[in-house]
Design a protein around this ligand. Structure first.
Ligand code: HEC
Length: 254
């Protein structure tokens, strides 16, 4: 994900890098806890790192994510490695507890994450080193939803996810498999990033046929107010993968 982003928008990766640098510079002298904490020494090394759970969560700006982030270090054979060092990093203002940890008996590292005060998509990195000291890492995306996006998330949970989310939960059985024309997950940036805000608003308010699509997509213009429809769109833009680039931003590099 991150690699893709960097390839397409080098200016953006530069921006991320400088944000990370700024954080490092700021923290060098100011964090007594970090300054006095001795660097953790790895007891073992692996060669790959994977996310077990806790990525793509929706949190509030400036607060802890509901679930911890759990990553696992594996060796060449895909076996979990105990005692490997995992280091977390992210944009300025993101806090990890702990920021450095050794993997447990299951080869896993569990970290609490607090996003910074700005709403939007956060690109975090969990990294480890192999036997030769070479780093390997995994990008992790998390979302800080502002008020409007939180409203959109709730509307999705109430009205949309039963068809747009393939997965059933104990609270909600998905209707996805019953639909002759499959809708797409709101995170499907490949589909949603191509639809303009007004196209989305038209489909949501007037139903699929408004944009030559299936009538299996019901109209919500009587159920939702215009601001509520805008809130759902703001939520869709937030969780989009690959990330949604607002028109006029960064297109020169695409
Ligand atoms: C009863 C099932 C159902 C519900 C509930 C539903 N949709 Fe859909 N939706 C569909 C289907 C089926 C399509 C695909 C239509 C097509 O491609 O012809 C679709 C398509 C869409 C599209 C076009 C992009 C895509 O995924 O193909 C948007 C935007 C959309 N829905 C938004 C919403 C929103 C927002 C809600 C909740 C307010 C919602 N839908 C609720 C069934 C549903």
């Amino acid at each position: 994900m991150k690699a893709h982003l960097m390839k397409k928008t080098p200016w953006l990766s530069g921006l991320f890098a400088s944000a990370v640098c700024a954080a490092a510079v700021l923290c060098a002298g100011c964090g007594p806890r970090q300054a006095s904490a001795p660097a953790l020494k790895a007891k073992a090394t692996g060669s790959a790192i994977v996310v077990v759970s806790g990525d793509k969560q929706l949190g509030s700006p400036g607060s802890a994510l509901p679930q911890p982030l759990i990553v696992q270090v594996n060796d060449d054979q895909g076996n979990a490695v105990t005692g490997a060092r995992v280091e977390l990093s992210g944009p300025k203002g993101v806090l990890f507890d702990p920021a450095e940890v050794l993997t447990d008996d299951n080869g896993q590292a569990t970290v609490k994450v607090r996003l910074a005060g700005v709403s939007g998509r956060y690109e975090l990195t969990a990294a480890s080193q192999d036997a030769h000291g070479k780093s390997f890492d995994i990008p992790v995306a998390e979302y800080a939803a502002g008020y409007q996006q939180q409203v959109g998330y709730k509307i999705d949970a109430k009205y949309c996810s039963r068809c747009h989310d393939e997965e059933s939960t104990t609270e909600q059985v998905s209707n996805y498999d019953n639909l002759a024309v499959p809708p797409h997950a709101f995170s499907n940036g490949g589909v949603y990033n191509k639809l303009s805000g007004s196209d989305l608003a038209a489909i949501i308010a007037h139903g699929g046929p408004a944009m030559n699509r299936s009538a299996l997509m019901p109209p919500y213009g009587w159920t939702l107010t215009k601001p509520e429809i805008q809130a759902v769109i703001a939520y869709i833009r937030l969780v989009s993968d690959p990330p949604y680039a607002a028109p006029g931003v960064g297109y020169a590099n695409r």
